[in-house]
Design a protein around this ligand. Structure first.
Ligand SMILES: Nc1ncnc2c1ncn2[C@@H]1O[C@H](COP(=O)(O)OP(=O)(O)O)[C@@H](O)[C@H]1O
Ligand SMILES: [Mg+2]
Length: 240
């Protein structure tokens, strides 16, 4: 589905990613874990076209997408729930969700049942349903994070990139978000999940990659990574 090969990217002269390779097979949840500043968000930005890779290849369902503009990548069915509450604060929750379906409304993606999917997204996130007529800017940080995730689902995407969906959430909401990820997974949704909260990410994922200073230093089935002593010591607090 998504294949990242020897990807290099950064900001100006500063190289952040030094040739990373990640595969996300259809129907699977792949997690990319790593500490703050490792380059996780930069990886997401390179895949979604927000920054241009300086080397390597990114392929989405047989199409080379590296170098494409973001809107074109979205049309191909790649949805992005960015880090840190990137919602349209002066629009309502419902309007933010409908905007997530924009490429469908303009028929640059199959239209399908947008209203049905809106109902479904609101069912998935009851907190958003209660607040559907509220301006997004008045939601709590955690609710905005959920809105970004729900908006990504509204694309009816082939694959969803989730950048730290648990960030800034109260523990009870973190559980809720991971339950939603597990439910989407059970429905066959393909996901690339970036998390600092490695234990929970490895619990829901099929396969994981560890990113350190812009390089993949370990990868393997999630179950195996969870029991890897080095991964445990560095990312699982040793107690999981
Ligand atoms: N817009 C930017 N301009 C310049 N450097 C950046 C920018 N965003 C991130 N960086 C740098 O890139 C590195 C990786 O950051 P990031 O990808 O955000 O890491 P992570 O998401 O894993 O915490 C860091 O050293 C960070 O300072
Ligand atoms: Mg980040």
């Amino acid at each position: 589905m998504l294949a990242i090969k020897n990807l290099e990217a950064g900001y100006g002269k500063v190289k952040v990613l030094h040739g990373i390779s990640i595969e996300v097979p259809k129907g699977q949840v792949i997690t990319l874990i790593g500490s703050n500043g490792a380059g996780k968000t930069t990886t997401m930005r390179a895949v979604t076209g927000m920054i241009k890779p300086t080397a390597g290849e990114i392929t989405l369902s047989q199409t080379r997408i590296d170098g494409f503009d973001s809107y074109k990548i979205a049309r191909l069915g790649l949805a992005h729930s960015p880090e840190g509450r990137r919602v349209f604060s002066t629009m309502t929750v419902t309007d933010n969700l409908i905007l997530g379906a924009f490429p469908r409304l303009t028929r640059s993606r199959p239209k399908g049942d947008v209203n049905g999917d809106l109902d479904r997204a609101l069912e998935l996130f009851p907190r958003l349903k209660e607040r559907r007529n509220q301006l997004a800017g008045t939601l709590s940080g955690g609710e905005q994070q959920m809105l970004a995730m729900a908006r990504a689902i509204m694309l009816n995407p082939e694959i969803i990139l989730l950048d730290e969906p648990s960030m800034g959430l109260a523990p009870i909401l973190v559980d809720e978000v991971f339950k939603i990820i597990a439910r989407l997974k059970s429905e066959g949704v393909t996901m690339l999940l970036v998390e600092q909260f490695a234990a929970a990410a490895l619990n829901v994922a099929d396969y994981g990659y560890v990113l350190e200073n812009g390089r993949i230093t370990a990868h393997g089935p999630a179950e195996k990574l969870k029991n890897d002593p080095a991964v445990k010591a560095a990312y699982l607090g040793g107690s999981h």
